[in-house]
Design a binder for this molecule. Structure first.
Ligand SMILES: NC(=O)c1ccc[n+]([C@@H]2O[C@H](COP(=O)([O-])OP(=O)(O)OC[C@H]3O[C@@H](n4cnc5c(N)ncnc54)[C@H](OP(=O)(O)O)[C@@H]3O)[C@@H](O)[C@H]2O)c1
Length: 317
């Protein structure tokens, strides 16, 4: 059988690194798409040595930069005939940090967690189409539970540097909104790519221990909270196994447009906050996500915003 190719963004640490190891162990050709080559090369070498799989390559990618994404995709296109699995694992969650813009002038959390994955997915569409079993997996977060609050909506108002001094700005809220928007876009991608047989799903991650390096990215206050959470969270390998299973197991071969939880259950939308009894069930299984994600109008708005900021709305597709 032909070796399958998988791209994993942010593959140098945490869940991305563990997933790289699993795919390498299973004999995949793995592309680690990472922004810091110097830091990532020792990780690649370590995985090649442990797995005995030389087909683990490192390619530079800053997912917050459209130029970097286009360069990455062009290089990938030159080297590879097709892409079988695309895992959008990289994310920005520097909680407590101030408002920052990407090099394209877009709020950095959204640039990294939504617009970058959107553009990269579109750019790799043709190569995904060539696979017999193409799959895309997004890294989600249980932070979207906040959308059980019916007053909450994804805020697209300050993403182009309109008000950098906004005193209510919080990376935490941007992260929450960008992960919800990414889920809503995943649902749209599932429809959009359905004729090509590309399956698109998201894993809802409800916690994975953060490395010391990852802890340094958040401000001291959030770091303290994260250190406490680390006592309860499972190691990154646990979530990485779910990445692997969702992308390779027969169980998910016909599943698309879904949010999948840490028990590999397909989640369902719920109109209202699941209440005490269901919250206990949630702890055991976390089977519900907020119905807000299903809103066609909000989905359209986010989809059009993505097309507009990436310039894909003016391209002939
Ligand atoms: N850990 C949790 O409790 C938790 C909970 C919910 C969801 N998640 C999600 O799980 C995924 C993996 O997180 P993790 O816990 O494994 O964190 P992590 O160890 O900090 O990994 C994040 C990765 O993303 C990369 N990255 C960030 N910005 C990037 C950019 N602009 N371009 C390219 N790569 C970039 C980082 O690269 P550098 O090393 O260069 O910074 C790093 O490799 C994320 O999507 C996160 O939102 C995690």
């Amino acid at each position: 059988m032909k070796k399958q190719t998988v791209i994993i963004t942010g593959a140098n640490s945490g869940i991305g690194k563990s997933a790289t190891r699993l795919f390498a162990d299973a004999g995949f050709s793995v592309i680690m798409a990472c922004r810091n080559i110097e830091k990532s090369e020792p990780v690649r070498k370590e995985i090649v040595e442990i797995s005995g799989n030389p087909q683990v390559q490192l390619m530079p990618l800053d997912i917050s930069s459209f130029h970097s994404i286009r360069t990455f995709c062009d290089r990938f296109d030159e080297k590879y005939d097709q892409l079988d699995i695309l895992i959008h694992n990289a994310a920005y969650f520097s909680h407590g940090s101030p408002y920052k813009l990407s090099e394209d002038g877009l709020e950095l959390t959204f640039a990294t967690n939504l617009f970058g994955p959107f553009l990269m997915t579109m750019e790799l569409h043709d190569l995904l189409k060539k696979s017999d079993t193409p799959k895309i997996l997004m890294a989600g977060s249980n932070i979207i539970k906040h959308f059980f609050n019916p007053k909450l909506a994804v805020n697209l108002n300050n993403l182009r540097g309109e008000n950098p001094d906004d005193s209510s700005f919080k990376v935490y809220n941007q992260y929450r909104d960008s992960k919800m928007a990414l889920f809503m876009i995943s649902r749209r991608f599932a429809d959009y790519f359905q004729p090509d047989g590309i399956r698109v799903n998201m894993l809802q991650i409800n916690g994975a221990t953060m490395s010391e390096e990852a802890l340094q990215k958040v401000t001291p206050g959030y770091r303290m909270i994260a250190r406490i959470q680390n006592l309860f969270f499972r190691p990154p390998e646990f979530m990485a196994k779910h990445y692997f299973e969702i992308c390779t197991s027969d169980k998910f071969k016909d599943v698309s447009g879904k949010l999948i939880n840490h028990k590999q259950q397909v989640m369902q939308s719920s109109k209202k906050h699941p209440g005490i009894a269901n919250q206990v069930r949630q702890l055991a299984g976390a089977v519900y996500y907020p119905n807000y994600a299903e809103g066609r109008q909000a989905q359209d708005e986010i989809w059009n915003f993505c097309l507009n900021v990436t310039g894909l709305d003016t391209e002939d597709r």
